[in-house]
Design a protein around this ligand. Structure first.
Ligand code: ZN
Ligand code: ZN
Length: 365
């Protein structure tokens, strides 16, 4: 079938809206009519080299199922679905209930191809790479991997849900899934973008009494306070470590590093209370190193990398939607909508901080 998609033609080039041919879904795939797709920093980072080109990126699709392959039992035509990362379901970490750490993650999510190397997309004789995060959803339609598809309730406008497939689950999950909040009172979140703000909303839900937002943008700090932060620190103006220690008295029980800066990790560890945990969820370029003082770590402190909020998407995404419907996870406050055709504007607004969470609408429902 003919579709419209945003194509990255070559490394670091802007997105180009093109007409492509999309194959029928195979036995383990789902054809989804995309209503909207979120933009995440991983899409923008991947433009600069780690996937083959030409490629269709996009890994936060949401839409309605058109057709399913013969093996697909988890979704049917007409179902509303949110698309998320792919996983194999059969490796040791998948079997242990941790699909976010699937041992076949690179092949499933970053190869931009099916496992046999084929693509579902072409333009004439030219192959265009597909299956980024099992979906390549910067497009009007996606042939998605079965395990990337999460069925959701139908009484919420589907274009609202496109933000949930990656970034917001990452932030909320790091609070709700990764670290037991029992006996933890205080949390400090470094970086008040869409991921950090989701963590702050989740921290209020989890019952943290002191919720500290740290960023250099005053408008983000103000929004953080509206969404649940009890304190805001402008780290361009004051020493964030000293300020977290002053506010908490004994250091923070849990810190989240969502800014992707190595010095942010150092600060997030240095302001931990005894037995505190630092969750590192912000990505950094390959080879980025951090330095830590060994001795404070001995006092039961931990540094933990967290991918995708430790989520099991089929359980966690519907839970976040239920929390949204009941007014307790107001992620709509983070979204700015754009038409798919304005994807380059959305990318620019994301990078310069104008938009917290761009969501691209295709015009299809
Ligand atoms: Zn796996
Ligand atoms: Zn993402």
């Amino acid at each position: 079938m003919r579709i419209r998609a945003a194509v990255v033609r070559k490394r670091s080039s802007p997105f180009a809206i093109e007409e492509l041919e999309l194959e029928e879904p195979r036995d383990d795939e789902v054809l989804v009519r995309i209503a909207a797709v979120g933009m995440c920093h991983t899409d923008l980072a991947m433009r600069h080299g780690q996937v083959p080109c030409p490629v269709v990126l996009g890994h936060e699709g949401a839409g309605i199922v058109e057709r399913v392959g013969a093996q697909v039992t988890t979704a049917s035509p007409g179902d509303h679905v949110v698309l998320t990362f792919d996983s194999c379901g059969a490796c040791v970490t998948c079997l242990r209930g941790m699909p976010a750490y699937c041992e076949n993650d690179l092949a499933r999510n970053f190869a931009a191809a099916r496992r046999d190397g084929s693509s579902s997309l072409r333009r004439g004789d030219e192959i265009v790479h597909s299956h980024f995060f099992g979906q390549s959803s910067f497009a009007t339609y996606s042939v998605a991997a079965m395990r990337s598809v999460v069925k959701v309730r139908k009484d919420v406008p589907i274009e609202m849900l496109a933000a949930l497939g990656c970034g917001l689950s990452t932030g909320a999950g790091a609070v709700l899934n990764s670290v037991d909040p029992r006996f933890r009172h205080s949390i400090a979140v470094f970086g008040a973008g869409s991921v950090g703000l989701s963590a702050i909303m989740a921290a209020r839900l989890a019952g943290y009494t002191t919720i500290i937002a740290i960023d250099v943008r005053p408008n983000r700090l103000a929004l953080a306070c509206e969404l649940g932060a009890t304190h805001a620190i402008d780290s361009a103006a004051v020493d964030a470590v000293a300020e977290v220690r002053r506010i908490t008295g004994r250091g923070a029980d849990y810190t989240i590093e969502a800014s992707g800066r190595p010095e942010g990790v150092r600060q997030a560890v240095d302001c931990l209370a005894i037995t505190g945990v630092c969750g590192v969820i912000g990505g950094a370029p390959p080879g980025t190193e951090i330095t830590l003082d060994v001795n404070p770590i001995l006092f039961g402190r931990a540094v933990r990398g967290i991918l995708r909020g430790d989520s099991i998407p089929d359980l966690f995404i519907p839970k976040l939607i239920d929390l949204y419907v009941s007014g307790r996870f107001t992620f709509d406050r983070l979204i700015t909508f754009y038409p798919l055709e304005q994807i380059n504007q959305a990318a620019a607004d994301s990078l310069n901080g104008i938009a917290i969470k761009p969501v691209l609408r295709t015009g299809l429902r």
